[in-house]
Design a protein around this ligand. Structure first.
Ligand code: ATP
Ligand code: MG
Length: 303
């Protein structure tokens, strides 16, 4: 049986009086793309730092690729893009990567190909020999991503990988994560860009103020099927009768029907037409991860 890529049990971190992480218990299986979401200050970066041995927990335990956190050999199999990183400004992109080939203890004979591969993956081949000092923010983030990919690690941990990237860069990151997943690499992604996470992740956990407030598959969290219809010509009684199909919300010409049974849309449409309604549009309505996130975090704030 293979061990999970990440497992934590009541992992906690206090900085003086600040509780950065309360009691994190979670498992990330191998080969998953896992999104770790939460508002600013929720404890995402803290969790990553604890996992990578860059900060010491004040409570709980955790394992990375089957080894207790802090184990140096396990860390060699992990690629990491830190949240706030600065590479040596006087080095070229290639030189930064050489340094990291050495740190990853790759065989010298493989460096050249490895560097070419990662530069190509992140789209920096043409800038390989330019100094980091002259790189834009997004180019530095691309370089950081290349560093995280050096040595084809088993687990790649990305702390806000797209914060500085333009739409093309973001698309590239999605592509890279997709490729990693195809190769069976586990990806752990910190982000508050929820639409991105929704597109690339299999599973997510939402953290707020140091604890997980929801977790599961992306579609589980997004909630039950719903549809919106643009309808005219329905009188109030006819509108009322639609309650049999689900919970109906009326917004002028648009009707939102949530909590539909599977396969109920054709019957709903037939009923509207039978009662004299004219239908101009029928659109599936997924509650996005973003809506769910705001709902969950907002509920806690009101309490
Ligand atoms: N080195 C530190 N010293 C003191 N407090 C810290 C330190 N690092 C983090 N904290 C505190 O711990 C909490 C969690 O911070 P963390 O950086 O983990 O949040 P985050 O979820 O990554 O937020 P963001 O989305 O802004 O990156 C915050 O209240 C922060 O102020
Ligand atoms: Mg952070």
């Amino acid at each position: 049986m293979t061990t999970p890529a990440i497992h934590t049990q009541d992992l906690a971190k206090r900085y003086g009086k600040t509780v950065a992480l309360r009691a994190l218990t979670m498992t990330v299986e191998r080969g998953q793309a896992f999104g770790f979401l939460g508002p600013n200050g929720a404890g995402k970066t803290t969790a990553v730092k604890l996992l990578l041995g860059l900060a010491r927990p004040t409570g709980g335990e955790a394992w990375l690729l089957g080894a207790r956190i802090g184990d140096r050999r396990a860390r060699l199999r992990v690629g990491y893009l830190p949240e706030l990183f600065r590479y040596q400004q006087w080095l070229s992109a290639r030189e930064v990567l050489v340094l990291h080939c050495e740190l990853a203890r790759l065989e010298r004979a493989t460096w050249r190909a490895e560097i070419a591969r990662t530069l190509e993956t992140v789209g920096l081949t043409a800038r390989a020999d330019d100094r980091v000092a002259g790189f834009s923010k997004g180019m530095q983030q691309r370089l950081g991503l290349a560093v995280a990919l050096i040595g084809a690690p088993e687990l790649v941990v990305l702390d806000e990988p797209t914060s500085a990237l333009d739409p093309v860069g973001r698309f590239d990151v999605r592509r890279i994560i997709g490729e990693l997943r195809e190769r069976g690499t586990t990806v752990f992604l910190n982000s508050h860009l929820l639409t991105e996470v929704e597109r690339v992740c299999d599973r997510v956990a939402i953290v707020d103020r140091g604890e997980v407030i929801a977790s599961g598959g992306v579609s589980d969290l997004a909630g039950e099927p719903a549809v919106r219809l643009r309808v005219t010509g329905l009188d109030p009684a006819a509108r009322g009768s639609l309650a049999a199909f689900g919970s109906v919300q009326d917004e002028g010409e648009w009707l939102h029907v949530r909590g539909l049974r599977d396969g109920a849309v054709p019957d709903l449409v037939a009923e509207i037409v039978r009662r004299g309604g004219r239908i101009y549009a029928v659109e599936p309505e997924h509650r996005t991860l973003e809506e769910r996130f705001i709902e969950l975090v907002g509920e806690r704030e009101r309490k």
